[in-house]
Design a protein around this ligand. Structure first.
Ligand SMILES: Cc1ncc(COP(=O)(O)O)c(C=O)c1O
Length: 366
């Protein structure tokens, strides 16, 4: 799952080092402006990583101690730990059995008088049903924090994910569609929220250099070294997306003949930037062992949050009657039992995809 870094990124970092200004500066401004343009929001702030972008977004929306936030059961743990970090409680909702995105038909079951927000998580390079999420949020007066950590380039109804909720949070970790090593972004459309984000991320100041701190804030900054890499990565975004799409189509062609596997594609009304190539497969653990022996690196599906030992112990003691049993999350369990992610980094060759498809066919005796 290695990133696509080249001469442009090396040159960008060297330029920053030679220039001598390594904290947020001209490259941070350029990266932020370009992200706003891509996402389609007027405002946004950088954050050190996707988890902290989510925590910052929650804080800016004044979600905190004792509040409850609806979070899908299938996601990376950072979605839930960001909620935990601000003192709120993640209340888990099962996912849809086809798309494995949050199932909005089940969200109402998690509502209590303390529910303040919902966190749709756009997984695997496609999107949640944001029409249903936004309707639900209006009906129940909830804030919407989009976890778009995996969502660069992904659209819902023609709009970039992260621009539809109150805040949209992105990650630039090394396995993401574009990377800065570690990095994050919080996009928003409301100026009041933007000003809160700015105060919270920079020690309660709107501008650097002052020792007058008008609010309580923290340090959620990035560096210009990372942002210079980000600008270089954005310049190759179209190339990355078209290469990944080409690889996905090759997988589709190669796996068509194997009835024991089903590839996940775009969710309804959503675009698809194949951040991962996800299969639902029979005997998935056997398949993963077979592929590993053939030298192919795979990733499992996300382990359902209701089964995460740390989170279970903490949540059960906080919310009376919280459902954390397997029976409440059949689809998240199904995903864990059958899902596998195949390599789809842009540096992969078509011949390597063919080899992986042949190895899968061999495993199923096709
Ligand atoms: C869905 C999701 N949410 C949150 C995160 C957290 O991002 P980061 O690793 O940058 O903290 C990730 C990262 O993999 C993710 O995939």
């Amino acid at each position: 799952m290695s990133p696509w870094l080249g001469e442009a990124e090396a040159q960008a970092v060297a330029d920053v080092v030679r220039g001598g200004w390594i904290t947020e500066g001209p490259h941070a401004r350029a990266f932020s402006d370009q992200l706003n343009h891509l996402i389609g929001t007027p405002y946004g702030v950088l954050a050190p990583n996707g988890t902290l972008a989510l925590a910052l977004g929650l804080m800016a929306l004044e979600i905190g101690q004792g509040d409850e936030v609806l979070v899908p059961d299938t996601t990376f743990i950072g979605s839930a730990t960001a909620v935990h970090m601000v003192g709120a409680v993640p209340v888990l909702v099962d996912v849809d059995d086809q798309t494995f995105q949050i199932d909005m038909n089940r969200a109402a079951a998690g509502l209590t008088s303390r529910t303040r927000a919902i966190m749709p998580v756009h997984l695997f390079g496609t999107a949640c049903d944001m029409t249903a999420v936004l309707d639900f949020a209006v009906k129940h007066r909830l804030a919407v924090i989009e976890d778009a950590a995996q969502g660069i380039g992904v659209t819902f109804g023609g709009r970039h994910v992260g621009s539809l909720g109150d805040v949209g949070c992105f990650s630039f970790f090394a396995d993401k569609t574009i990377t800065t090593g570690e990095g994050g972004y919080v996009a928003c459309k409301d100026q009041h929220v933007y000003n809160r984000l700015r105060l919270l991320r920079n020690q309660g100041r709107l501008d650097r250099g002052s020792f007058i701190h008008e609010a309580i804030g923290y340090n959620f900054r990035m560096t210009d070294l990372q942002c210079a890499i980000g600008v270089a990565q954005l310049a190759r975004l179209d190339q990355v997306i078209s290469r990944k799409t080409e690889l996905l189509q090759r997988y589709q062609a190669g796996l068509q003949r194997i009835s024991a596997v089903r590839m996940l594609g775009a969710a309804p009304n959503a675009g698809h930037v194949p951040f991962r190539c996800v299969l639902m497969a029979q005997d998935v653990r056997g398949l993963m062992t077979h592929l590993e022996a053939a030298g192919v690196e795979t990733r499992s599906f996300f382990h359902p949050l209701h089964r995460q030992p740390g989170l279970r112990a903490w949540s059960a003691s906080r919310v009376e009657g919280m459902h954390l049993d397997d029976a409440s999350f059949p689809n998240a369990n199904y995903g864990w039992d059958h899902g596998v992610c195949l390599p789809i980094q842009p540096t992969l060759s078509l011949a390597e995809v063919d080899f992986i498809c042949d190895s899968i066919a061999e495993f199923y005796g096709v």
